[in-house]
Design a protein around this ligand. Structure first.
Ligand code: MEV
Length: 323
């Protein structure tokens, strides 16, 4: 029984949060904290899962029952990924999966998407099917939509391709950008944001004033297009300014929290080029783009504002087979 181990990076959304759900572009970077998944094909007709970071010590389900009945929250993405894989590429036997993560599932680095990508990639290796990045994206994105019903897929793309991407909602464009490491500081707000709930709340809000929200998304698109140019030319001062504008738009969508705002202002006052929440909002993390010589002061300011600094490097490699 051969075990395949695959890893994939977490992600941080740089600019374009929420707008990307509405077929707009965003900029995303993969980060060097990774999800690891080991998969083996077994003789039993079961899925067996160990995921200690998701509080699953041992979960077992018959292959033919996948997707039915009660599924513990921490097992959902793995179970539906295995189900979708077997529906597309049927094989005899069962699957044993073990996941370990270098980042907590509470910080909003995309643990579910990274785990989904890893499971599908490892299964394809274990069963001898070649899944190119495009097919892997489609199957992983279907898995996320089957579970959440909403989502742009940018986190799936980051887990697969790595690096810094220009991404248009649903994967209509996935363009790797030649960007060097970004001087980014990440501050965790101490509260987990519930992405699907927040995305659905924003969708409800849009119905009340469609034209106004449309213009928020138009401005977000302009920030992403300008931000892409700035990143490609190393224009961090310009990019920081665009991040600040983007935060204003997210406040307009109502997804900024007082805690995130306090951390953003603290970072800016301590010399950051720009600071904004990253992802759905309602909690999770903020990011600050900083001059290298101000990093310590900015980290201290974020901590004093109640945040926890998480050290990350941007531009990490995408999904890879480790063993
Ligand atoms: C959540 O991390 C980012 C959102 O734009 C949702 C998505 O793109 O799937 C709010």
């Amino acid at each position: 029984m051969k075990t395949i181990t695959v890893s994939a990076p977490g992600k941080l959304l740089l600019i374009g949060d929420h707008a990307v759900v509405y077929n707009r572009p965003c900029l995303v970077t993969a980060v060097d904290q990774r999800m690891w998944v080991s998969v083996s094909v077994t003789a039993q007709q079961d899925l067996e899962l160990k995921a200690k970071d998701l509080a699953i010590s041992r979960y077992k389900k018959e292959i033919k029952a996948l997707g039915t009945g009660d599924i513990p929250k921490g097992a959902t993405f793995v179970e539906i990924a295995v189900k979708n894989y077997i529906e597309k590429f049927p094989f005899q036997g069962g699957v044993s999966v073990e996941t370990t993560s270098e980042f907590s599932s509470t910080v909003g680095f995309g643990s579910s998407s990274a785990a989904t990508v890893c499971v599908l990639k490892a299964l394809s290796e274990a069963t001898g099917n070649t899944l190119d990045n495009d097919s892997l994206f489609k199957l992983a994105y279907k898995t996320v939509l089957d579970i959440q019903g909403v989502g742009s897929g940018f986190d799936i793309a980051a887990a697969i391709y790595g690096g810094v991407l220009y991404f248009v909602g649903g994967g209509k464009v996935i363009e790797p950008l030649a960007v060097s490491t970004m001087p980014l500081i990440v501050g965790y707000s101490g509260k987990k944001g519930d992405t699907p709930t927040i995305v659905k709340a924003v969708a409800e809000k849009i119905k009340t004033n469609p034209g106004i929200y449309e213009s928020i998304f138009d401005t977000s698109t302009a920030c992403v297009e300008e931000g892409k140019k700035a990143l490609l030319s190393g224009g961090f001062v310009r990019f920081g300014e665009l991040m600040n504008i983007a935060e204003g738009l997210l406040a307009g969508l109502g997804v900024e929290t007082l805690q995130l705002a306090a951390m953003n202002y603290a970072a800016r006052n301590a010399g950051a080029y720009g600071a904004k929440l990253s992802g759905a909002g309602g909690g999770d993390c903020m990011i600050a783009l900083v001059p290298y010589d101000r990093s310590n002061d900015i980290e201290k300011a974020i901590t004093q504002a109640g945040g926890t600094v998480i050290p990350v490097k941007t531009n990490a490699q995408g999904v890879r087979v480790e063993a």
